[in-house]
Design a protein around this ligand. Structure first.
Ligand SMILES: [Zn+2]
Length: 129
């Protein structure tokens, strides 16, 4: 059952706050019902766990914001591309920046027109969107 088809439920958190969730499964254990639900919370409420890989988590960005940017190096010309590919939120991206889709970014790296940033290590063409 995927996230869209799971029926909605209201979940009361410890402390009494109620949030919307989705019910994925229910199981009776020693007479007590346990529900498997997913809830949406602000990212600030969630901490990563050491050793977990979050690279495959579906990621949806607001407003069609580009995921990648190409930074033109001073020696970049239309005939001899010299670009650095960054994640759109990379702090090291500066200067002349051009937004790029994942497929554009992958093509630029594939053809050697752009090199991947050492800081954000972008991986366009992986399942990350
Ligand atoms: Zn970068």
């Amino acid at each position: 059952m995927n996230e869209q088809s799971a029926p909605r439920v209201a979940v009361t958190l410890p402390g009494g706050r109620a949030v919307a969730g989705r019910l994925h499964a229910r199981r009776q254990d020693a007479g007590q019902w346990l529900y498997e639900v997913s809830i949406e919370v602000p990212a600030a409420a969630v901490r990563p766990v050491d050793g977990e890989d979050y690279g495959q988590v579906p990621t949806e960005r607001a407003g069609g914001r580009p995921e990648w940017v190409l930074q033109a190096l001073p020696q970049d010309t239309p005939d001899q591309r010299a670009l650095v590919l960054h994640s759109a939120d990379c702090w090291a991206a500066q200067g002349r920046l051009t937004p790029a889709s994942s497929s554009e970014a992958a093509i630029f790296v594939q053809h050697g027109w752009a090199t991947a940033c050492d800081v954000c290590k972008p991986t366009p063409g992986s399942s990350r969107r």
